[in-house]
Design a binder for this molecule. Structure first.
Ligand code: HEM
Length: 132
């Protein structure tokens, strides 16, 4: 059966035109080219998921069992690639970026208590000096 075919991220991306569109949902790749015009949600929303993992978008809509029953007819194969790694890498990058953004405020936080301490130290030294 053609369902045994494994599809890589490159192959998925090769089929990302309206006239030739593959979509990835739950680790399976579907040829939605002919279905695009029939999709009750319109073709734009499906086209927006080209070359990426459409699972979240598909599930967010809360598709009915009838919608899910249409999938097997469009099945081409199983996705075999590093989509998860790509997603994880993107998440890690976002985390690092967020940490970088937080750092200046942490620096300011340190200054905000170092400065009063320095003033306190100077004041105490001044008091000590004049109490002699
Ligand atoms: C091959 C994959 C897909 C199939 C077979 C499919 C099928 C359907 C069907 C049958 C409906 C009618 C309502 C229902 O029965 O749930 C529907 C509605 C909808 N679909 Fe999909 N869909 C697919 C992919 C997607 C994707 C990737 C999106 C992206 C966001 C999407 C967005 C929507 C939206 C927004 C509606 C609601 C339309 C409305 O009621 O106004 N669909 N879809």
């Amino acid at each position: 059966m053609s369902a045994e075919k494994t599809i890589t991220i490159d192959q998925l991306k090769e089929h990302s035109k309206k006239e030739d569109l593959w979509i990835l949902i739950h680790g399976k790749v579907y040829d939605v080219t002919k279905f695009l015009d029939e999709h009750p949600g319109g073709d734009e929303v499906i086209l927006a998921e080209k070359g990426t993992d459409a699972t979240e978008a598909f599930e967010d809509v809360g598709h009915s069992d009838e919608a899910r029953a249409l999938l097997p007819d469009m099945l081409i194969g199983t996705f075999k690639g590093d989509m998860k790694a790509a997603v994880t890498a993107a998440a890690t990058e976002a985390k690092i970026a967020a940490q970088k953004i937080n750092k200046p405020s942490q620096g300011a936080g340190a200054i905000s208590y170092v400065l009063p301490l320095a003033f306190l130290g100077a004041y105490l030294a001044w008091r000590f000096y004049f109490s002699q």
